[in-house]
Design a protein around this ligand. Structure first.
Ligand code: PLP
Length: 428
């Protein structure tokens, strides 16, 4: 039998890189145990929700056409609502991605003359066009919905005084983005999000609080919906799809918010009653069942990457020891070559498309060229091991995912190997 070392070597990892990685891994035992305990807690939460909703084998049947009386679809939405502790949920393959889910939540709950207020600073790049910060056809701005933004303070906390001043009688909905996205600010903990929501509700309790929950699901034991959010919104090709959902998005929240979203997704008068599930239900259920464990694997990869690169002198956000609130790891290389070498390593470690070389391109929705590495079973899935790097200063790579910890580890070692081979990184 081959040794572990020789198996790694056959995949292009030198003994020096492997040794360095093993040393770091051995120092992370306690962190990994805490991640496993959170996964255990969330696994029980999901199983409990499925049992409470009496999920049965019939739920996996496909519907077509209008999709009337689709038991699996309706029950899955009950399961999400039970797991997120909300009144209702909309979980559909017709929600094409995270941006669509967020646009839907906003457009369905805002009316002309209303104002949207972001209290976590600049939103995720693709939302700039949804809101109309960058002019775009069909934006909220075109419908007479105004926008205001309060930036986070320099230490990453909410600017409460700024929020108080920004709330006007027109403020209808407050948006909070849990994850840092393509920024190097800290990700917000559920606890801090809860404090901000309480503050907003203290100003005016009828303001709808929406949280962009992308990449945050199951990282902690609670979700923003446990601390007062009226809507939590995310993508099924990230954490909650568990790597199995081939498409989809979700919104979980109050009955009223979800009803509004459903009438906008399909049609006024039709709402949740239509929308065929086309045979994806088993993967939605099974993916949600696996999501806590899959998220834990991705989280271990992020913590490992932070420690691997921090010790080589590259700035990392979050740092190697701080607490985690999403699965994204930012590593700053300071040069386009570093970003490219890292992404080449992630790509070369993939089970699918490992032989292709990723290159920067002008991706729709982004304001600079972006290089993306992904060898995924589901196209564009970022719960699978993947990395994105906008080709602009500070030349940071945003790395996330890994359906298993072992794959995440291989990807990070392979990225390190590429950086060493290119002379960009040096082992201590
Ligand atoms: C991924 C992401 C989105 C958008 O999701 P897509 O599925 O890429 O459209 C929005 N907000 C945050 C914080 C994200 O991470």
């Amino acid at each position: 039998m081959e040794t572990m070392e020789s198996v790694y070597r056959s995949l292009g990892i030198s003994s020096e890189v492997l040794d360095y990685g093993q040393r770091i891994e051995s120092e992370l035992k306690e962190r990994f145990e805490a991640i496993d305990a959170t996964a255990e807690y969330n696994q029980l939460k999901v199983i409990g929700a499925m049992q409470k909703c009496k999920v049965s084998a019939e739920c996996f049947n496909a519907s077509s056409g209008y999709g009337y009386n689709d038991l699996g679809r309706d029950k899955l939405e009950e399961v999400y609502a039970a797991a997120f502790h909300t009144e209702a949920a909309l979980v559909r393959p017709q929600i094409t991605c995270g941006t669509h889910a967020l646009a839907l939540a906003l457009m369905s709950n805002l009316r002309p003359g209303d104002e949207l207020l972001s209290i976590s600073g600049k939103p995720y790049d693709t939302l700039e066009e949804v809101i109309g910060i960058r002019p775009s056809k069909g934006s909220l701005a075109e419908y007479g919905i105004t926008y205001r933004q309060v930036d986070l303070l320099a230490d990453g906390s909410f600017d409460l005084e700024g929020i108080r001043q920004a709330v006007t009688p027109a403020t209808k909905l407050v948006a909070i983005q849990r994850s840092k996205g393509y920024q190097t600010r800290p990700t917000l903990s559920v606890e801090k999000i809860g404090e901000a929501i309480a503050f907003v509700k203290g100003i005016r309790p009828d303001i709808i609080c929406m949280v962009d929950n992308c990449y945050g699901e199951f990282v902690e034991r609670t979700e923003p919906s446990d601390v007062g959010a009226d809507m939590v919104v995310g993508s099924l090709i990230k954490n909650p799809g568990g790597g199995l959902a081939p498409i989809g998005g979700y919104i979980a929240g109050t009955e009223e918010c979800i009803e509004n979203a459903a009438y906008r997704l399909t049609s006024p008068g039709l709402g949740r009653e239509v929308g065929a599930s086309l045979g994806v239900m088993q993967s939605f259920y099974q993916g949600f069942f696996l999501a806590p464990t899959v998220t834990a694997g991705a989280l271990k990869g992020a913590v490992f990457a932070a420690n691997v690169f921090e010790r080589l002198g590259f700035p990392v956000v979050p740092d190697g020891s701080e607490s985690r609130h999403d699965i994204i790891q930012a590593v700053t290389f300071g040069s386009p070559e570093g970003v490219v070498a890292f992404c080449e390593g992630i790509q070369a470690a993939a089970p699918v498309d490992s032989y292709v070389t990723p290159e920067p391109w002008a991706m729709p929705g982004y304001d600079s060229e972006v290089i993306m590495a992904a060898g995924a079973f589901v196209q564009g899935s970022s719960i699978e091991l993947s990395a994105d790097g906008p080709i602009k200063p500070p030349y940071a790579v945003y790395f996330q995912g890994g359906l298993t910890w072992y794959h995440a580890k291989l990807g990070i070692l392979k990225a390190l190997q590429k950086l060493i081979d290119a002379g960009i990184a040096k082992l201590p």
